[in-house]
Design a binder for this molecule. Structure first.
Ligand code: PBG
Length: 321
């Protein structure tokens, strides 16, 4: 035999030399939950994650930042009594998210703070858009999303990230931000966001599940690939700075194809269900958590993700150190 591929695997040193993909803490955006309370409360549906107080959020983000994680994205649990059919609380300048942004930027000015743009935490109907007679209204929702994005920019967000999947929202938000002088605020678009059962634990974490119906009239059908490319192309034309594929692990083919189709950086979101499956299998002793986490993230990176949103960000950053 002239050719023996195993020679390139014969020692850790050679494997290091020929490794094609590497993970680093700098790849990660760390999703964090915040609520209006002084206490940090464990989330039953997501062991290891908490609903943080603003103080707790700042501390957790700071620890991750000190380990090399450059960015966080914040998700608010909004009090039931503040939820309305028009989701007005989402652009309240004194609301939970603006206060959290200010606290994070005051403590860690160089930490990149990203916020989620969508109505579900604020919407009495639990949908990402405004609901009328069972229908999710597109253009009316986009108007509110623009106000939400502007409110977050005014509070100091570095990136706003529309996860709502309404048509035309990236351009509308870009114009709104530019019109107010926030040319420097980035948009990371959830471009290929699928209607996925893997979001279940997240909706439990925020009590934000839809009260009626599902999200299939705006989030994508898991059977489709070309539609993802179409969404990515549109968001690119509308001014997105990065595009995202979500979920990640079951959609590696989409990540790879999106990477070929765009020159924008590609983000991928390892969502709550992916997190919980690894957590619960390892808690039962069925898989080795550390190894499976690294393999799952390596696969997402290898598929083409430049940026990974993962609840494991801080743990992995610690391990990589
Ligand atoms: C809502 C939103 C969701 C997630 C991020 N933003 C849930 C949904 O669309 O129902 C899911 C994240 C996760 O599951 O980790 N706009």
């Amino acid at each position: 035999m002239l050719i023996r591929p195993r020679r390139n695997r014969k020692s850790a040193a050679i494997r290091d030399l020929v490794r094609e993909t590497t993970l680093s803490a700098g790849d990660f955006i760390y999703p964090l939950f915040v609520h209006d309370s002084d206490e940090n409360v464990d989330i039953a549906a997501m062991p290891g994650c908490k609903r943080w107080s603003i103080e707790g959020l700042v501390k957790e983000a700071g620890e991750a930042y000190d380990l090399g994680v450059p960015a966080v994205v914040i998700f608010p649990a909004i009090k039931e009594e503040l939820k309305t059919s028009q989701a007005e609380e989402c652009f309240n300048p004194d609301g939970l998210v603006p206060r959290a942004i200010k606290a994070l930027k005051a403590a860690y000015p160089d930490l990149c703070v990203m916020t989620d743009i969508a109505l579900d935490p604020y919407n009495a109907d639990g949908h990402d858009g405004i609901v009328q007679d069972g229908e999710i209204l597109n253009d009316e929702t986009v108007e509110v999303l623009c106000k939400q994005a502007l409110c977050h920019a005014e509070a100091g967000a570095d990136i706003v990230s529309p996860s709502d999947m309404m048509d035309g929202r990236v351009q509308a938000i870009r114009e709104e931000l530019d019109g107010a002088g926030y040319h420097g605020v980035s948009i990371v678009a959830y471009s290929a966001k699928y209607a996925s059962a893997y979001y279940g634990p997240f909706r439990g974490a925020l009590d934000s599940a839809p009260k009626a119906g599902d999200k299939k009239t705006y989030q994508m059908d898991c059977a489709n690939v070309r539609e993802a490319i179409r969404e990515v192309m549109l968001d690119e034309e509308e001014g997105a700075d990065m595009v995202m594929v979500k979920p990640a692990g079951a959609y590696l083919d989409i990540i790879a194809k999106v990477k070929e189709a765009t020159t924008l950086p590609v983000a991928a979101y390892q969502v709550s269900g992916e997190y919980l499956m690894i957590k619960s299998a390892s808690a039962a002793g069925w898989v080795n958590e550390d190894a499976v986490v690294m393999e799952s993230l390596m696969a997402i990176k290898r598929a083409g993700a430049d940026v990974i949103l993962t609840y494991f960000a801080k743990d992995v950053a610690k391990r990589l150190k």
